[in-house]
Design a protein around this ligand. Structure first.
Ligand SMILES: Cc1ncc(C[n+]2csc(CCOP(=O)(O)OP(=O)(O)O)c2C)c(N)n1
Length: 359
C-alpha cells in the first residue's frame, strides 16, 4: 500500500452548564452546597477586585494591571481543582486564580504598586510569581512537573498561558519536554480570543489550540471556559491524569471582557456588538442562574456575599496603602539570580547610574 493513515486524532469539547445556566445532570461534578457557593463567592471576589483595581489605576494609586474580567470561571475552577501540594504557575492575568488560591489581595496591589514584596512566593505555598515574558512559564511548568515525576510526587503543576503564548517556541518545547519526561504538568490555555489586538484567527491556522498537544505526544481537550462546572470537572480530571505522569493540554474557550491592560483601548480592534454578545455569555451570571434554579442561592445570600467581598477588599486596600514604600526600580535585579551574570551586572550598574542622573 503506497499510502496509508499514519496517525489520527480527535479533540473533545466539554460543556456542563449551557449558556442559559442549564446543566447536563450526568456531567455535574460532585460538589457540596458549600463548595458550589465557594466557586460563586470567588468569582464575585475576583470581579470586584479587578473593577476596583482598574479604578485605583485610573486614580494613579497603582500601576498597569491586566484584568481577568470575563475569565473568572476558568481561573476560579482551576485554582479550586488544585490540591495544596500542586503547584500553580501563572501568567500575568491570574488575579482570580491567585485570590482563589488564598493569596491576600493586598499582595496583588503591592505588585501593581511596583513593590517586589507583592510577587514573593509565600512561605511553604506552591504558587509561582507572575511571568511577564509571554510563554516562558510553560517551561517552568514543564520543569516543575518533571521534578514531580522524578521524585514520584503525588502532585501536579498547572500552568496558565494564553492563546498568544501558544505561538511561542517556549510552549512547543514545553509540551514536547513534558511528554518525553512524563511530567506531572497540566498546560491550561485560556483562549480569551485576543493577544492584545490579535484575534485567535490571526494567531494560528489550527482549528483548536488543544490540538497543539498532539505533536508533543500528549493529550489535548477543549472546554467551555465560561462554564465553571465544566472547567472544574475537566481540570480535576486533567490533574489526576498528570499526577500519574500523563501531561495534558486543556484549552478553555473564554473571552477577555476588559482591556488587555489598563494601557490598552480595545475599541480600536473590536466591535461593541462582539463585546455585547460575550456579555450575554458572562460566566458569573450563567452560574448564578444555575445556583438559583437549584435553590442554593437567593437574593439574601447574594447580598451577604457582596457585603463580605466589599469588606475584605477595603481592608486589603487599606493594608496595601499602609505598607506602601518607596519603590527602588533597581531592586528588579535582586530576586532572580543568586549571583548576577556579568551582562546583567553591567545593565544594573548602568541603570543605577541613570537613576542617579535623573534624581
Ligand atoms: C516574550 C514576550 N513577547 C512579547 C511580549 C508583549 N506582550 C505582552 S502580553 C502579549 C499578548 C499575550 O497574549 P496571550 O498569550 O493570548 O495572553 P492574554 O494577554 O490574552 O492573557 C504580548 C505580545 C511579552 N510580554 N513577552
Amino acid at each position: 500500500m503506497p499510502r496509508e493513515r499514519a496517525a489520527e486524532f480527535t479533540i473533545d469539547h466539554v460543556q456542563v452548564l449551557d449558556e442559559s445556566g442549564e446543566a447536563d445532570e450526568d456531567l455535574v461534578p460532585n460538589l457540596s452546597e458549600e463548595e458550589l457557593l465557594d466557586l460563586y463567592r470567588n468569582m464575585k471576589r475576583a470581579r470586584r477586585f479587578d473593577t476596583r483595581a482598574i479604578a485605583l489605576q485610573r486614580r494613579g494609586e497603582i500601576g498597569t494591571i491586566a484584568p481577568a474580567i470575563g475569565q473568572e470561571a476558568v481561573q476560579v475552577a482551576s485554582a479550586t481543582a488544585l490540591s495544596e501540594a500542586d503547584w500553580m504557575v501563572p501568567s500575568f492575568r491570574e488575579s482570580a486564580a491567585y485570590l482563589t488560591r488564598g493569596i491576600d489581595p493586598h499582595l496583588l496591589l503591592w505588585y501593581a504598586m511596583g513593590m517586589e514584596e507583592g510577587a514573593e512566593v509565600p512561605e511553604g505555598e506552591h504558587t509561582m510569581p507572575p511571568s511577564i515574558a509571554v510563554g516562558a512559564q510553560t517551561l517552568h511548568g514543564a520543569g516543575l512537573g518533571w521534578g514531580q515525576a522524578i521524585t514520584d510526587d503525588d502532585a501536579a503543576s498547572l500552568v496558565f498561558f494564553g492563546d498568544g503564548a501558544s505561538s511561542e517556541g517556549d510552549a512547543y518545547e514545553a509540551f514536547n519536554m513534558a511528554g518525553v519526561f512524563d511530567a506531572h504538568t497540566v498546560f491550561l490555555c485560556q483562549n480569551n480570543r485576543y493577544a492584545i489586538s490579535v484575534p485567535t484567527e490571526n494567531q494560528t491556522r489550527a482549528e483548536t489550540i488543544a490540538q497543539k498537544a498532539i505533536a508533543g505526544g500528549i493529550d489535548g481537550i477543549q472546554v467551555d471556559g465560561n462554564d465553571v462546572l465544566g472547567t472544574y470537572k475537566v481540570v480535576t480530571e486533567a490533574l489526576e491524569q498528570a499526577r500519574q505522569g500523563n501531561p495534558i493540554l486543556v484549552e478553555a474557550l473564554t473571552y477577555r471582557q476588559s482591556m488587555h491592560t489598563t494601557a490598552d483601548d480595545p475599541s480600536v480592534y473590536r466591535t461593541p456588538e462582539e463585546e455585547a454578545e460575550w456579555e450575554e455569555r458572562d460566566p458569573i451570571d450563567r452560574y448564578e442562574d444555575y445556583l438559583r434554579s437549584e435553590g442554593v442561592l437567593d437574593d439574601e445570600t447574594v447580598a451577604e456575599i457582596e457585603e463580605d467581598v466589599e469588606t475584605e477588599l477595603e481592608a486589603a486596600i487599606e493594608r496595601a496603602r499602609e505598607g506602601e514604600k518607596e519603590v527602588v526600580p533597581a531592586e528588579m535585579f535582586d530576586h532572580v539570580f543568586d549571583e548576577l551574570p556579568q551582562s546583567l551586572r553591567k545593565q544594573r550598574d548602568e541603570f543605577r547610574r541613570e537613576e542617579v542622573d535623573h534624581d
